[in-house]
Design a protein. Structure first.
Ligand SMILES: *Cc1c(COP(=O)(O)O)cnc(C)c1O
Length: 356
């Protein structure tokens, strides 16, 4: 039960979140011209342009709102979550906005740039060796120290208000309205918490659109395996170097029934895709954006082969600067035996218009 003092603080916190939303603008929908695919228009929604640099800005705001409105978060209480980094950056930022302490539980292979950013926001990072489960650890620490567990993997799909309230799907559909093919043939996204694919799939049905959802997944990831077999106990066949997607197991937010296609992408191709995005757009985005680009090219090729035209929309998930010491460092790639040159050549040749 809440006291009057608690309710007063809650109202202040909600006002704070509302003011932050009012100060922020929507993210850009960028069009990329690909002359190799006549009549097929490709768009990328730049989620890196949020104040905290990734699509997790939307999720973090929703998770705080969800915790507050469910009476699970009190004044002065600490907050905790498990993350591969991007969510923790956004959560740390919102925790600071609300004057709350935040603790992030992450795998120790998380890009160092992300860890520095989280600490600079005044949050604490708990780094776990591979093999330990960050979600289980976050839940344990929350119980032991009376912290509010934001639980992105457990709650992403329901904390997002999928019918409206500026979710990513509503924003894409509105921004496409004046384009030549306003109803996309495909929307392509990754699956980390599954929140984005669930919101897209639900919203497209709700709006009675024919747009299909494709999940771009690191080869052998649990979403791909689970989607194909429709099994919730599926596990990944291989780990991935792409942060944010390619989960080891099926997360509670993986709603297979609203996803129409899964394209699996090898890590070298995803990384080459991230490098190619820099050449196409003039700035860096992370590995999962590269995965999306490669999947978009596969879908565009299939459409061209079938003589179809139309639009494809995908996401730029986070800022590439975070990966300066990993995906964008030739020494780091070499140390892992990754040669992205052949993949880059192949992707570049896919972008060359066919000779008549
Ligand atoms: C979380 C994340 C995704 C996947 O989005 P979900 O909505 O969690 O499925 C993709 N890329 C990056 C960088 C992410 O952090």
């Amino acid at each position: 039960m809440n006291t009057a003092v608690d309710r007063h603080w809650l109202q202040g916190a909600l006002t704070n979140l509302e003011q932050e939303a009012a100060r922020s603008a929507d993210t850009h929908l960028l069009r990329v011209d690909l002359p190799a695919f006549p009549g097929i228009r490709v768009y990328f929604k730049d989620e890196a342009s949020h104040p905290t640099g990734s699509l997790k800005h939307r999720l973090a705001r929703s998770l705080f709102l969800y915790a507050l409105c469910n009476g699970r978060l009190r004044e002065g209480q600490g907050v905790i979550d498990a993350s591969s980094g991007s969510t923790a950056i956004s959560e740390a930022w919102f925790a600071r906005l609300l004057g709350l302490r935040f603790k992030a539980v992450m795998p120790d292979c998380t890009a160092p740039g992300k860890v520095r950013l989280i600490r600079s926001l005044g949050a604490e990072c708990v780094l776990l060796p591979s093999g330990m489960d960050p979600t289980a650890m976050a839940r344990e620490l929350a119980a032991a120290h009376d912290l509010c567990f934001l639980d992105q993997f457990g709650l992403a799909e329901r904390a997002t208000d999928w019918r409206s309230n500026n979710n990513i799907a509503e924003s894409i559909v509105a921004q496409m309205a004046r384009e030549p093919d306003p109803e996309p043939a495909w929307i392509v996204c990754g699956a980390g918490t599954g929140g984005t694919s669930a919101t897209l799939g639900r919203y497209l049905r709700y709006r009675r659109l024919d747009t299909r959802v494709c999940v771009a997944e690191p080869t052998g990831g649990a979403f791909a395996t689970g989607w194909r077999s429709r099994r919730a106990d599926a596990v990944a066949r291989a780990p991935t170097l792409v942060e944010g997607i390619g989960r080891p197991r099926v997360e509670p937010g993986f709603l297979f029934d609203v996803v129409d296609e899964v394209v699996e992408v090898d890590d070298v191709d995803s990384i080459a895709g991230a490098w190619l995005l820099e050449a196409l757009l003039g700035r860096r985005y992370g590995g999962s954006s590269g995965t999306n680009l490669v999947a978009c090219l596969a879908l565009a090729s299939a459409m061209r082969d079938q003589g179809r035209t139309g639009s494809i929309v995908s996401l730029l998930c986070d800022r590439g600067e975070r990966y300066a010491e990993t995906l964008f460092d030739p020494g780091w790639l070499q140390a892992r035996g990754l040669d992205i040159a052949p993949s880059l050549d192949r992707l570049r040749s896919q972008l060359q218009p066919a000779r008549p």
